[in-house]
Write a protein of this length. Structure first.
Length: 229
């Protein structure tokens, strides 16, 4: 039984700064992800892999097709969902690690991570956040500082911690290890394996071959979904 199912998904971008030119990207995206499975989207840079993740997350709308997300006994079609349904999915169903950290300025790193699970910074969530930050090799002296003061690799580890802390059934990963050293890449590989063992479905974009081979149960070549221009 699928956790995520895309069928007939099409996406076109309108270039408003170029006279409203319409640029078709995808014509018929279709794949499924089961609980406990990691599907890696494969294609060269610029093929639209991140756009697929953003459509699943509800940040981009598609012109047609279905993006079915299963949660409990229910199924929501992200492609036609209302904003309140999208917000529900983001809070309770879909985790997302983007390529860049977007955090409220001046908020300490440990609170940025802790609030991700329930929306509040309880002592329980703070303890869970501390354990995850330690595992990702973020020094304790940095926990009370805002992530904007960190290096790129440290910021990305905060981003990863924020995405991995909640126990959600679907996790979207957009190049989570791109700016990490081998030690921390290995930590992320272990974290993904743990999510899978707990039944989470994972959709990932990873260009590092070693990481891809370690986490992927299947690779979906998105170039076969490209629209004719």
């Amino acid at each position: 039984m699928y956790a995520l199912k895309l069928s007939g998904v099409a996406k076109t971008f309108t270039m408003h700064l170029r006279g409203g030119i319409r640029l078709p990207v995808f014509a018929d995206v279709a794949f499924e992800v089961e609980p406990g499975e990691c599907v890696v989207l494969g294609a060269p840079s610029g093929a639209g892999k991140s756009s697929i993740l953003k459509m699943i997350y509800g940040a981009y709308r598609c012109e047609r097709g279905q993006i079915l997300v299963r949660h409990g006994d229910g199924v929501t079609d992200v492609a036609s969902a209302e904003p309140r349904q999208i917000l529900y999915l983001r809070r309770h169903v879909i985790g997302y690690v983007s390529q860049f950290l977007r955090a409220v300025p001046r908020v300490p790193a440990i609170e940025v991570v802790a609030v991700a699970a329930t929306g509040t910074v309880s002592e329980t969530e703070r303890a869970r956040a501390a354990a995850l930050l330690s595992r990702l090799n973020i020094p304790e002296r940095l926990w009370t500082l805002p992530p904007a003061t960190f290096s790129g690799g440290e910021e990305q580890r905060i981003n990863i911690a924020r995405g991995f802390l909640p126990d959600l059934p679907l996790l979207l990963l957009d190049e989570p290890t791109a700016s990490l050293d081998p030690t921390n890449r290995a930590v992320v590989v272990d974290l993904i394996a743990e999510k899978k063992r707990r039944g989470a479905a994972v959709v990932a974009i990873v260009h590092n071959e070693e990481v891809r081979d370690a986490i992927a149960d299947r690779i979906v070549d998105v170039t076969r979904f490209a629209a004719e221009v």
